[in-house]
Write a protein of this length. Structure first.
Length: 352
């Protein structure tokens, strides 16, 4: 399906009187070459697929001459050069606009962040650190942070016998959305979903994008009944208003799986074991097995090389196993099973 972009009326934002710092830069926070820094120098800077572009983004969604940045004494201005898919600043289509520190520029499927602070190196490294925990497209946590948070929260909940729940959900037929409406539209759906849900959940909840169209919410102090209520609320939030891209409405539904920690707590062993204290592996545990090295043990559904591969160590009694990683694996596995069952039952289903 071809999506025709709407005509954008030219709006030139007033550029501030402060002269831009000579070491201002753009940092790629989503797309190809994530983390790459482009230093901006006075004059005109071309962004596009052309080999003549100072900022070259070689992707089919980017025009040869896509956009232009001009650094002058009066400030920094970004202009769209009649590109096929448009140029966006903070999710708004623009023809020309002044840039301020922290603005997000979307060119095709690439998102760049404009930095113009006094200490550009400190700002850059701070942004790189942020990229290790935040997904650049949806601006929620990423799978790496979710894994670390899961171990931490399972440890706390087990030690103090507190409730903890995990919800995992997929955008139904996300591959079809990309195929029918285009990958730019798919990215827009994910960005809207992230923004919509992030402002409607508790501050204590850990919301993360864990795969292409897959997300997870880790809910401390929430039991299974509360997880079911939260899952139903998420379905209502998604159904409240339509998703869209360039005035084309895109139907979106979710399939959810939910599980609580108390459903997977081991029958044997001391649940108050402190983090870092190893418990002997239970009978039947595979030698050298590790919670995060199994196919179901990582967010995103795949194996992560080296993640926790040395979590156990050998003693006179044999292989030692980290109990909290075992609980994490079991909780993720159960939640994934329920998500798969929900998807098999149709769209917009919750299984708990």
């Amino acid at each position: 399906m071809n999506i025709r972009r709407k005509t954008v009326v030219t709006v030139i934002s007033k550029i501030g009187d402060r002269k831009p710092k000579a070491d201002a830069c753009l940092v790629v926070i989503y797309g190809q070459s994530i983390g790459h820094k482009y230093l901006l120098k006075p004059g005109e800077i071309l962004i596009g697929r052309s080999s003549q572009a100072q900022i070259q983004i070689d992707h089919e969604s980017v025009s040869r001459r896509h956009a232009r940045i001009v650094l002058a004494d009066s400030g920094v201005a970004l202009s769209d050069l009649g590109s096929t898919n448009g140029t966006y600043v903070n999710d708004e289509a623009i023809t020309e606009r002044g840039l301020g520190n922290g603005d997000l520029i979307k060119v095709g499927r690439t998102i760049l962040k404009y930095l113009s602070t006094d200490n550009i190196e400190a700002a850059y490294y701070e942004e790189i650190y942020r990229l290790t925990t935040i997904d650049g497209l949806t601006r929620c946590f990423n799978g790496r942070y979710a894994r670390e948070a899961l171990v931490r929260e399972v440890s706390r909940a087990s030690r103090y016998k507190r409730p903890l729940s995990l919800l995992m959900f997929d955008v139904d037929d996300f591959a079809r959305i990309n195929e029918e409406f285009g990958h730019l539209a798919g990215d827009a759906v994910l960005a809207q979903l992230g923004k919509r849900l992030a402002r409607r959940i508790r501050r204590e909840d850990i919301f993360a994008r864990t795969g292409g169209g897959e997300f997870a919410i880790l809910a401390p102090e929430v039991d299974k009944a509360g997880a079911v209520h939260l899952g139903q609320r998420l379905l209502r939030i998604i159904g409240e208003t339509a998703f869209g891209f360039d005035e084309v409405q895109i139907p979106v539904t979710l399939s959810l799986g939910a599980a609580a920690l108390d459903e997977v707590v081991e029958a044997e062993g001391d649940p108050t074991t402190a983090p870092g204290v190893r418990a002997a592996a239970s009978p039947g545990t595979a030698p050298g097995g590790d919670a995060f090295s199994s196919q179901t043990g990582t967010f995103g559904g795949g194996t992560e090389s080296g993640a926790g591969a040395e979590s156990g160590s050998r003693t006179g009694s044999g292989e030692i196993h980290d109990r909290f990683h075992t609980l994490c694996e079991s909780l993720m596995s159960l939640t994934r099973q329920r998500l798969a069952k929900a998807k098999s039952q149709g769209k917009g289903r919750l299984q708990a």
